[in-house]
Ligand binder design. Sequence first.
Ligand SMILES: [Zn+2]
Length: 248
Amino acid sequence: MKRLATICVAAVFTWAGVTGAGYHAEHAHWSYKGKSGPVHWGEIDPRFRLCALGANQSPVDIHRLIEAKLPDPKVYYTGNAQEVVNNGHTIKVSTIGKNEFSIDGIPFDLVQFHFHTPSENTINGQHFPMEAHLVHKSKDGEYLVVAVMFQEGKPNLALSRILADLDPRPGHPKKLKEMFNPGDLFPKKVDYYRYDGSFTTPPCTEGVRWIVLKTPVEASKEQLEQMQKIMGHNNRPTQPLHARVILK
Ligand SMILES: [Zn+2]
């Protein structure tokens, strides 16, 4: 009961906050630190309230694993990475052509991919220096995010193409001179963890299928440092699992 009461009070404050003076729906500003940081996202805009109140939020720490015979995903990527932008929250790359990832018998089309430093999801409490999110959408508007972890090692070819053309200033998109297949971001082995979660940025929409690839890929120390320098720390802290389990 005590817990329930706390949640109700938080909800009241959220609504009180957004009806106060100075609230601008079109310019709800969120960030990764201070007064507009992750712990405040739910208070910034009523559309962001799931960030505070949702019970199936991402990222998570990958633990509490259940053994399952997870099927091989059907990955059919024939398109290309096209344009890169620092949008002020992340380095985002748009894609063109047919890039399809099928799971549960549903084809999901790749919309964009982007990066977080350090990783958002953690595995047994451990962060990786970087995580890529490949965001897919089905015809019915459902979302699937495929997460790829990066560890320090050999230079990464896909990253070198992104960094070669990226304008680090926020809001300056640039076409990639040398396009590449988004599947180049994947490790050879696509074994994965699976759970149901949310967007890791406002509005923290739930009902998102998460596939976290078990095998990390490599990037050089310089590449990882460059990405981090441009994006800063753009990782939302891990969220409680509540009733969820993670399949492996
Ligand atoms: Zn992301």
